[in-house]
Design a protein around this ligand. Sequence first.
Ligand SMILES: [Zn+2]
Length: 200
Amino acid sequence: MMPGRSRPVPGPYDGEAALIRDILKMGDPRLLRVAKPVEDPADPALGPIIADMVETMHATNGVGLAAPQIGVDLRLVIFGFDTNPRYPDEAPVPATTLINPWLKILTDETEDGWEGCLSVPGLRGLVPRATHIRYGGILEGGEVLEREARGFHARVFQHEYDHLDGILYPQRIRDMTKFGFIEALFPGSLLAAVEAESAA
Ligand SMILES: [Zn+2]
């Protein structure tokens, strides 16, 4: 395991390079906490945390990352992509950073879809998620965002939001026969190759 890297000079964000942070893995009790609301969304200390989250998500081919996954106990998520090798068939989701996000489910309809998680590397599970949601929160610049989403976009948000309540996707799987290692579930697939490379 790589040692945790730390910023050489602690203090307010002054544009120093963002760091790829270690991602906590399932089993770590810090992933099971209900994260605390951000008291001051304008706090400059959020800048380097968000920058590190973006760097970490991109380095690991993630489509989203929640602050608790890097051990930061705050209600803060990032998500979004144009194209992503871990989810090659999905439509783009706008790149978004949300502080103190909220979620409203707009339908009783759910849809099963395969999910992975950077905190559960190498595995996928079939997870039911609401197909239509409204969500919002505070953007990094302080503006308020509110949006409706369907399909994979709605799935990604629900997955990240769950992290803030200490819920990992395996807890949502209804049929545990649909949970396993990528190379076993999808042998020979491009996805298996991508995952093997990401884990290397
Ligand atoms: Zn996750």
